[in-house]
Design a protein around this ligand. Structure first.
Ligand code: HEM
Length: 308
């Protein structure tokens, strides 16, 4: 086992453990104030006009049918093309989409390389020349598109006066880190005529704990930056690649009816029994009254009304 094997193993363990731990922590947090902003796609055909099952009489007595296919059809353009950024922040779209799409191509390529290495190891005959060419094309496309994204996003963060207000050093660090991955990837591709074969051999050596073939300096910079990225990502806002699931399903689209004696009622009871410590005087929080007390009118808002 070499230093490279150790680093890859460390990165894989840190990434998986930290992401799973974060996912569990988020899933266990108290329920969020739900937005129910329509259209909610799992409402099926009705979602086209922003409708919901609440248009029907006695809707809460009827079985709920969620249209998961429609949810997926909304999520795909959002993930692949950042549709919401296109619609709501057009000037940011090109830098953001290229930054993301380059990464998606490299992640997709990584799965293709892993699959190729594993199949080759178990003796499955593959048209290797074709596969190596495909891997090389995907790597070129991913690194080139990603480089454009890293440069344009860097410029936007550095010079757009509006975006500057929402920019801190970590934004630049992330963009530069991704930029190093992309540019070093381009340098590796440009200096290695047998990139496809070498990268498959590298993954094979990782899986079999054997020594990898010698690679160029650019290759080691690319690999080192990727390893660090996997270790670092779970502790940053870039975990939005999976936390968005909770935003969409537990906040934006959550429309489960709150029925007497149901699970949701139990959760809501827990949340509204929390003592409120908000500083704003109109809330009337004293650290002892809970949300239920305040809403029931024992808070400052009601007190004021009564004193009038
Ligand atoms: C491993 C996967 C991902 C990584 C590493 C990543 C990384 C980033 C980074 C670094 C930014 C900040 C860019 C900036 O400086 O403005 C960002 C923003 C953003 N990401 Fe991701 N992202 C990932 C996946 C996703 C996915 C799957 C989605 C869509 C569902 C998404 C949607 C967005 C949006 C909407 C923004 C805000 C627009 C922007 O600031 O560029 N990201 N992402």
């Amino acid at each position: 086992m070499t230093l490279l094997h150790g680093m890859v193993l460390l990165a894989a363990v840190v990434f998986v453990v930290a992401i799973v731990a974060r996912g569990i922590r988020i899933a266990r947090t108290p329920m969020h104030l739900r937005w129910e902003i329509y259209p909610v796609p799992h409402e099926g055909k009705r979602s086209a006009h922003g409708g919901s099952r609440m248009e029907e009489t006695d809707w809460w007595t009827k079985p709920i049918h969620k249209d998961h296919l429609r949810e997926i059809l909304v999520m795909i353009p959002e993930i692949l093309f950042l549709k919401a950024v296109w619609e709501h922040n057009r000037p940011l779209w090109f830098p953001s989409w290229t930054l993301h799409f380059g990464l998606y191509l490299l992640i997709g390529n990584m799965f293709l390389i892993i699959l190729t290495a594993l199949l080759a190891m178990v003796g499955v005959a593959l048209p290797m020349e074709v596969v190596h060419t495909l891997i090389t094309i995907l790597a070129w496309a991913g690194c080139a598109i990603g480089t454009i994204g890293a440069i344009t996003m860097f410029m936007k963060r550095a010079f757009d006066p509006k975006l500057k207000m929402y920019t801190n050093p970590s934004h630049f660090f992330n963009i530069i880190h991704l930029g190093v991955i992309y540019v070093a990837g381009l340098a590796w591709l440009a200096t290695d005529a047998a990139y496809g074969a070498h990268v498959v051999a590298l993954y094979k050596s990782l899986f079999t704990f054997t020594t990898a073939t010698d690679l160029s300096m650019a290759a080691y910079v690319h690999i080192g930056a990727v390893i660090l990225f996997f270790i670092y990502l779970p502790f940053t806002h870039m975990t939005h690649f999976f936390t968005k699931y909770f935003t969409y399903h537990d906040v934006r689209w959550e429309d489960e009816p709150n029925l007497p004696g149901g699970k949701l009622e139990e959760k809501i009871k827990k949340v509204v029994s929390q003592p409120v410590t908000w500083a704003a005087p109109h809330i009337g929080a004293d650290g002892k009254k809970n949300w239920a007390d305040l809403v029931a009118g024992t808070g400052a808002i009601e007190d004021k009304k009564e004193s009038k």
